[in-house]
Write a protein that binds this ligand. Sequence first.
Ligand SMILES: Nc1ncnc2c1ncn2[C@@H]1O[C@H](COP(=O)(O)OP(=O)(O)O)[C@@H](O)[C@H]1O
Ligand SMILES: [Mg+2]
Length: 398
Amino acid sequence: MLVFKMRIIFYTGKGGTGKSVISCATGVKAAEQGKKVLVISTDPAHTLSDIFEKRVFDKPTEIIPNLWALQVDPIREVREKYGVIQDYVASIFQSRGLDEALAYEIASLPNMTPFISLLKIYDLVNEGFDALILDTVPSGEALKNLYLPMLLTDISKKFLKTFGFFLGALVKAVSPAVKVPAPSKEVIDADLALIDRLEVVRDLLTNVKITSLRLIANPDFFSIENLRRTYMVANLYNVNVDLAIINKVIPEEVSDPFFSEWKEKQAEYLVEAEKAFYPLPVRKVPLFKSELKGINLLKKLADYVFQDDDPLKVFYEGKPLRVDISEDGLQATLIVKTPFAKKEALEVERFGDELMVKVDTNIGEVRNFIPLPAVLYSMKLEKAKLIGDELHITFVKR
Ligand SMILES: Nc1ncnc2c1ncn2[C@@H]1O[C@H](COP(=O)(O)OP(=O)(O)O)[C@@H](O)[C@H]1O
Ligand SMILES: [Mg+2]
């Protein structure tokens, strides 16, 4: 099947870390290697046009041979594809006495916009590209995008069929005593088509051969911190994370004393990143002398990120973190791959929704912080045991 030959690569990380330029660089390098690729941006306005120095439209626009780009316009996308649903939702608000302008404002489906780049995948997956590369909206939101379709499987489809997807939440919100105009067949059909699309997209995103999520941080506290939870949650949801990129590292040759403290700190954060994203390969990319625009600089950037590798390959495949829950639900084990640990000394302590893990290693004592999956919040930390390079941490119901 055509679909299984293709790759979908998402970049995630805090704003400004380099998602858009690295997406474009990935596209440039893959195109040079003869792959037909499409870079998709959901950033506002003309990010891609600025980076490629060429006007990019909201349909695939050729940049160089084999390299295409598309700038998603979420508002237009919602209007064109899901306008019927929007009209209906607005009509409900109007029936509650809101004026039309306000009704449409509220009905602009805030829960819809985050889906748009995902739904776009559905449209583009059979357009003959070898890869779709997406620079997602900044992290938290991006992850919701990935996961909401997956959550759908847990909700009874019957319920959705009765009330519709978006309508379901709305019907619950509006008091039952209020008469809501019945959705037309057209509206229900649009809603159901949307669910089907989301399911197809979810299947693509949880297929490790097809989809990779890549983490981009800078060597600073917040951007690494921000990705710890992303990494953990992606694991729980079966989205394969295959690479971590630490971008904007001050180059060795910078000797101005002004930057010496920065460089020292960055070296520490690089170690921190290796621990936080273990066992992913971590690629370090220097800070360039200028911002990154134009094909030539993107090529240079791609060489730092990928060296001689195929930028579309799956760099890592596995589940570095998982949760096993006992049948009676009274006990759960968090299993995490831990770098360089020796069996002798091991200390696990809980701080709120994080675990601090201290292990003795060949290079001295290493501490790492692991965000706790939500299922463990209400449980009590009981014991920890090292099995191979995996740390098994047992929790029990309080
Ligand atoms: N390694 C780098 N060296 C110098 N400038 C960079 C580097 N990586 C990214 N930039 C610049 O940083 C800014 C933010 O990058 P961008 O890709 O737009 O981040 P994001 O999409 O994550 O918000 C841009 O001006 C970009 O040119
Ligand atoms: Mg961006």
